[in-house]
Ligand binder design. Structure first.
Ligand code: NAG
Ligand code: NAG
Ligand code: NAG
Ligand code: NAG
Length: 288
């Protein structure tokens, strides 16, 4: 009984997490970047959002501006977006969002210097950042979170800060055909795309802690248990709190309803009207 209860709570939490991570303008207006979605399994905007959420969990893909750069690197922790890979993804996302009727048929290119503007929204913001690679901790996080960053995102780079959509697409489509869509070789184990296998959890907990290189299997086990127990306890607390709050709300509402129906002569007409219109009245009467 208890294990199934825990599983239910874990599922609710997971759905909640996935739900809250999926906000933002990540859908494409047309099918210009369909080649990306087909190959990677998600839109370029979604990949971009997941990459930036490593550094800023609250990041959501905004509605891009119509002029390049459509978005900018402005997170306090800059290492996720202060690089040419994030820049290329932002341009792909822009092409995804602005692929509207009457939009540019051949897509949106970025001119010389646009990369610099992406990195410096207001004066110098990013440092030199990294080009054609990610900082090693970000790369490890990308691999642990199973974010598929295709090789062409690393390889293509225009020194003058420009970016070209058709050239990018052609390269990607060629790579995909040449490698049979095995073009995500910057992680050692991208082939396994299981969402939450136990091995996934153990690598996720073991990889970022570089200080404990001699971590024994025992401590990994402990971390795993903590990883599993933590959310469950959190979920239980949230559930209990929700029940308590819901109960006290219900009780208050009942008391208010009783009071209002008794005081109809003296009270303002609004209070009565509100009690009748209240969407919760139906549930309330259904319960009692
Ligand atoms: C993209 O959409 C257009 C019109 O909506 C359609 O004619 C075309 O075949 C589509 N292309 C792909 C690759 O799905
Ligand atoms: C997404 O962004 C595009 C471009 O900024 C905008 O035209 C579109 O309305 C947005 N979609 C949603 C659902 O907000
Ligand atoms: C990356 O490229 C930009 C623009 O080409 C340049 O300003 C920046 O210094 C480069 N960063 C590194 C680390 O080379
Ligand atoms: C992949 O494995 C090699 C050695 O096997 C290692 O040097 C490299 O850092 C690993 N890359 C990642 C992203 O973990």
């Amino acid at each position: 009984m208890l294990p199934s209860f825990i599983r239910i709570i874990a599922t609710i939490l997971l759905v909640f997490l996935i739900d809250s991570a999926a906000a933002g303008n990540t859908t494409c207006a047309g099918n210009m970047t369909q080649w990306y979605t087909d190959a990677v399994g998600e839109t370029a905007c979604m990949t971009y959002q997941r990459l930036r959420q490593i550094c800023n969990t609250n990041y959501e893909v905004p509605n891009f501006r119509q002029n390049t750069p459509g978005d900018q690197c402005d997170d306090q922790l800059q290492s996720c977006c202060c690089n040419s890979i994030s820049w290329a993804l932002s341009m792909l996302c822009m092409n995804c969002q602005w692929d509207v009727d009457g939009g540019s048929v051949s897509g949106i290119d970025a001119g010389i210097g646009a990369y610099g503007m992406y990195r410096s929204p207001s004066g110098p913001f990013c440092g030199p950042g990294t080009n054609q690679s990610l900082p090693s901790d970000i790369q490890a996080a990308v691999c642990n979170k199973d974010i598929k960053l295709a090789n062409f995102l690393y390889e293509l780079f225009w020194n003058d800060g420009a970016w070209r959509v058709v050239y990018t697409m052609s390269t990607a489509v060629k790579d995909e055909a040449a490698t049979n869509n095995n073009m995500y070789t910057h992680c050692n184990s991208t082939t396994s795309s299981t969402l939450s296998s136990s091995t996934g959890i153990s690598t996720a907990s073991a990889a970022p802690s570089q200080t404990t290189t001699a971590a024994s299997a025992n401590s990994t086990q402990k971390i795993n248990i903590a990883l599993i127990i933590g959310p469950v306890i959190g979920g239980l607390i949230v559930l209990v709190a929700a029940v308590v709050i819901a109960r006290s709300c219900l009780r208050k509402r009942r008391q208010r309803l009783v009071r209002v129906s008794l005081d109809t002569d003296t009270d303002s007409p609004y209070a009565h009207a509100m009690a009748v219109v209240s969407p919760y009245t139906v549930t309330d009467s259904g319960e009692s």
